[in-house]
Design a protein around this ligand. Sequence first.
Ligand SMILES: [Zn+2]
Length: 279
Amino acid sequence: MNILNNHTMLNRRQVLQMLGIGAGSLVGQSLLSGCAVDPVTGKKEFILLSEDDEIALDRKQSPYQFSTDYGQVQDQRLNSYINRVGLKLSKRSHRPQVPYSFRAVNAAYINAYAFPGGSIAATRGILVELESEAELAALLSHEIGHVNARHTAEQSTKGMLANLLIAGATVATGAAGYGSAANLVQSLGGLSAGALLAHYSRDNEREADALGMEYMTRAGYSPKGMVGLMEILQKNGRKRPGAIELMFATHPMSRERLQFARQQARSTYARFLSGAENR
Ligand SMILES: [Zn+2]
């Protein structure tokens, strides 16, 4: 917790007051105990959101994103198939206790995304491109990777700290007082579902790819599925740059990722190459 005090001249109680949050609110309790153990690496990291916060945030935000994407598809068989494959994978992840759920949404653009409490969706646009269950497994386990490595919590912590530092500096120099604190509260509360999704770093993507490969092979799928998925992303990136603009906002660097998947499939995961593909 020294991070806040050293840099801002505010104590924790003042910070909480400034943010308009007390114990019991979404981030209040975790501000009081910010250190968590990364479930994937086992290392200590500074994260302001607890698992309960992640789930609460997910429940609040994910319905908006699903309806922006024209809702869940009507075909219940498709949804339950995707959910079944997803749950098989998430059981083999580092955080099997998260309340995962998987669905297809109606949007035509190519994307898949995960909220921090395990709500995961794939668009119709990407599903029609897939040629095997192993490719679907790759797609879902990449998203499960983001949830396991707590990337949203990590990125929002960075954002909150940056906001605190700016607000703290402003208050400390006496420049703007109450006005800036009010703006800060507004900017935190106004965080949109889309903004939550679009802030993975390149390292986050690399980690999610690596975890995805691990989970899908643990669940019995061939790593060829990940290679196939990366080929789809790259092919569509060349063919229709407009259509997958959003995919690249959340999932950039398709060539590097394809090379990584190929290399992993040949080395670390070569013994799983005969795993299920279910074309
Ligand atoms: Zn990703």
